[in-house]
Design a protein around this ligand. Structure first.
Ligand code: ADP
Ligand code: MG
Length: 320
């Protein structure tokens, strides 16, 4: 099967057929009808074999994850996902693999109401790059730079599950039978907090998604906003699966340094805090307050209740 048959068969009708796509896959470029008074948000994420996934990983899960991690960046910006592009590099065309990967892409793109509108297909070591586009009412995008001293710090969902899932896959950590499905699901099929991200547009002062782990990710908000933070690690939300599978120190390590949870981290000014629970209750995702923004620029203070929390960071960096 050649490149063009491959594209026609698997990637020409992928995701939702949106009415604001004037020209999609098949031309030299896509033509997109961006709404009046909206800003376009664009983000890119790459998954490389050996770095982000194993060669024998389920291709359907890879298709899902590629869309979800890109859409998660849009969610963190408060944007509505609209269009996706795919740069696909494969060593060989294994049709069973491509078919399952495309199915994962399709079902997840459709779930988030976005459409694959183009890409590039090349031969080489396996690499999956996606560019996602979304729209947000003009000036309403959430950024990392708006946190102010005194703001409350929140996270969605629970942290550390994906990192535990990775350890389970690697045989480095055991998880009891009843929790395995949940933990593996969190690792292979992450959810992007799209509806919640949009609901935060008029509430949050800053926001980002958690892809590298809370400890390293929160530093981006501190740097961009020129503030510090005090976080009570005892208030970090943990799943029952983590609580049942790990001692407290391990659970904290996973929650602070484990990547790929794709939950949202955001800050809320005191004045908007009262309405938060009511405003976010329809979204069915728990939000937990874990600390406050302080005035000591760049400083992250970790506490466990009232005590200092000693912590040795072990997060992953590509060139660290
Ligand atoms: P060009 O040579 O003009 O860059 P290509 O021949 O590479 O175009 O691609 C033909 C069409 O197929 C284009 O519309 C391109 O966006 C699309 N396309 C190529 N690869 C993919 C892919 N993996 N997924 C989706 N669309 C793709
Ligand atoms: Mg061309």
């Amino acid at each position: 099967m050649g490149e063009f048959e491959l594209i026609a068969q698997y990637f020409s009708k992928c995701g939702t057929a949106r009415s604001d796509t004037a020209v999609g896959v098949g031309d030299d470029g896509a033509v997109l009808q961006v709404r009046d008074n909206y800003d376009l948000v664009v983000t890119t994420d790459t998954m490389v074999v050996g770095t982000h996934f194993f060669p024998d990983d389920d291709p359907r899960a890879l298709g899902h994850k590629l869309v979800a991690v890109n859409v998660s960046d849009l969610a963190a910006m408060g944007a509505e996902p609209t269009w996706l592009s795919l740069a696909l590099t494969l060593p060989v065309v294994d049709e069973a693999w491509v078919s399952a990967f495309a199915a994962g892409l399709h079902e997840t793109a459709e779930y988030y109401n976005c459409q694959l509108i183009g890409g590039d297909t090349t031969r080489g070591p396996m690499s999956l790059t996606m560019i996602a586009k979304g729209i947000v009412p003009r000036g309403k995008a959430l950024t990392r730079s708006g946190a102010k001293v005194g703001d409350y710090i929140y996270v969605t969902g629970t942290l550390g599950d994906a990192a535990l899932g990775l350890q389970l896959c690697q045989g480095r950590h055991d998880v009891s039978k009843k929790h395995q499905t949940h933990i593996l699901q969190r690792f292979h099929y992450p959810s992007a907090r799209v509806a919640l991200g949009q609901a935060l547009r008029n509430i949050a002062s800053s926001a980002m998604d958690l892809s590298d782990g809370l400890y390293s990710d929160i530093q981006h908000i501190l740097a961009r906003s020129g503030v510090g933070a005090s976080v009570d690690v005892a208030r970090i939300p943990l799943s029952q699966a983590i609580k049942d599978s790990c001692d407290t120190a391990t659970a904290m390590q996973l929650a602070l340094s484990g990547g790929e949870d794709y939950e949202l981290l955001f800050t809320v000014p005191e004045a908007k805090r009262g309405s938060l629970d009511v405003l976010l209750s329809p979204y069915g995702v728990a939000v937990s307050c874990i600390g406050r923004i302080t005035g000591v620029a760049g400083k992250l203070e970790l506490k466990y209740g009232e005590q200092a929390f000693p912590y040795q960071h072990t997060g992953f960096t590509h060139f660290g």
